[in-house]
Ligand binder design. Structure first.
Ligand SMILES: Cc1cc2nc3c(=O)[nH]c(=O)nc-3n(C[C@H](O)[C@H](O)[C@H](O)COP(=O)(O)OP(=O)(O)OC[C@H]3O[C@@H](n4cnc5c(N)ncnc54)[C@H](O)[C@@H]3O)c2cc1C
Length: 385
């Protein structure tokens, strides 16, 4: 095997780093995976309980393709683990007056063979009487989508990685000084690591680890997530009676059905101010809760007044165009930068891991949509920096 002796370190064991480490290992490399606080920890973007997996991406077809591949890999891997992390709840994607995104999504979904129905207003009201479809002329129902159990999935990936022969260490990498090829990485326990290639998948920390190359291109922004509790015995808002839903109109709200011991989850996808993932307290705001209660009372009227049973504050790690980053460090050909999940990266974890492993072991270049040059080219064409 040509890459049997290639030694690779992956820094960050979140959705991107964990799967990357696993697929590097499976492609024959010797892999060390590091994480400062552990896979799917409370500060990480991959932390928390649940994530949507859907293929609707409007005209950004690359993600519909990746989601289809990822879905296959999620199913294949969970069967290997004998542990369920994917729940096929279906995804109901509601269109608004401007439905160009949904029309493009529907075409792309059908292109890649993901089953998708277009449901008119009357059919929606008949199938889901627990939802008020005011302002929703039609919706896509992605039969094969659903949700993933995030923290369990991250831990499962690392357990599998170790079981297949990978080395995992809970330690932080110090900020590397990269001028040319990276020779060694200093670690927070005083040791250092010297390998052939380094993959940094540090989520919202990428800008701090590479202030000159990434800097503000990856911005952490807070995300408040609310869980509401229907009365005992009312299962209308639980899996499998309710699918994952997305209300994609002026304001993008989305949620995941309750069940599995958790309440009905709802979040507002709007981006907020900058957020420090290491040191900020994670407490939801009164305004955020009030706005969510108003929305829920409108769209899910029976949940009006339902108690808030849990809440979380997480962060998205956004790029300006919300596309991922997968590229080499411009000054060091043995350093790879992976991140910018931008609020939609989790589902793609296995497909992204497979892709990163291919790029790193075979010296391939990723799709131009993921390269850092796109930011420079765009800055040049607009005359901005
Ligand atoms: C509330 C919320 C809801 C979301 N919903 C969805 C969804 O429904 N569907 C979807 O597909 N995506 C969703 N996303 C986005 C998705 O979860 C993220 O894009 C994805 O998890 C990012 O993974 P990552 O591996 O890049 O980053 P992270 O998960 O943050 O992983 C980075 C890891 O690097 C480690 N690290 C950082 N610095 C160092 C260092 N110096 N040394 C060692 N380790 C270090 C951290 O501890 C961390 O574990 C959501 C995100 C949030 C926050």
């Amino acid at each position: 095997m040509p890459n049997a002796k290639l030694r690779v370190a992956v820094i960050g064991a979140g959705a991107f780093g964990g799967w990357t480490a696993l697929y590097l290992l499976r492609s024959g490399a010797q892999v060390t995976l590091l994480d400062a606080w552990g896979p799917g920890n409370s500060r990480a973007s991959s932390g928390g309980e649940s994530r949507v997996i859907r293929g609707s991406y409007g005209a950004k077809k690359i993600y519909t393709h990746m989601a289809a591949r990822a879905l296959l890999l999620w199913k294949e891997n969970q069967a290997r683990w004998k542990r369920q992390v994917f729940y096929k709840a279906g995804v109901l994607w509601m269109a608004g007056a401007d439905d160009s995104y949904e029309r493009a999504s529907l075409a792309a979904l059908r292109d890649v063979g993901l089953k998708a129905e277009d449901l008119g207003h009357g059919e929606l009201a008949r199938r889901y009487p627990q939802i008020n479809f005011e302002g929703v002329p039609w919706a896509i129902f992605e039969k094969e989508g659903g949700f993933l159990v995030a923290n369990l999935a991250c831990r499962s990936v690392v357990e599998e990685f170790q079981a297949e022969g990978g080395e995992y260490r809970e330690v932080a990498a110090e900020v590397p000084h990269v001028e040319t090829r990276l020779q060694e990485l200093k670690l927070s326990d005083g040791s250092s690591l010297s390998v052939d290639r380094y993959v940094f998948a540090c989520g919202p920390w990428m800008g701090r680890v590479f202030p000159d190359v990434i800097g503000k291109l990856v911005r952490g922004t807070p995300k408040e997530v609310f869980f509401f509790g229907p009365p005992a015995g009312d299962t209308r808002f639980d899996f499998p009676e309710l699918p994952v839903w997305a209300d994609h109109r002026e304001h993008f709200y989305y949620g995941i059905p309750g069940g599995l011991g958790r309440g009905f989850k709802a979040a507002d996808d709007t981006r907020g101010p900058d957020f420090d993932p290491s040191s900020t307290d994670r407490i939801v705001t009164a305004e955020g809760l009030k706005a969510m209660r108003e929305y829920i009372s409108f769209r899910f009227p029976a949940l009006k007044g339902a108690p808030l049973v849990e809440s979380r504050v997480c962060q998205y790690e956004n790029t300006p165009d919300e596309d991922f980053i997968l590229d080499r460090h411009p000054r060091a050909e043995n350093v790879w930068l992976v991140g910018g999940g931008s609020g939609h990266g989790f589902k793609h974890g296995p497909a992204m891991g497979e892709l990163v492993a291919r790029c790193v072991t075979r010296d391939q270049t990723a799709d131009p949509q993921f390269l850092l040059a796109r930011f420079r080219d765009r800055a040049k064409s607009t005359g901005s920096e």
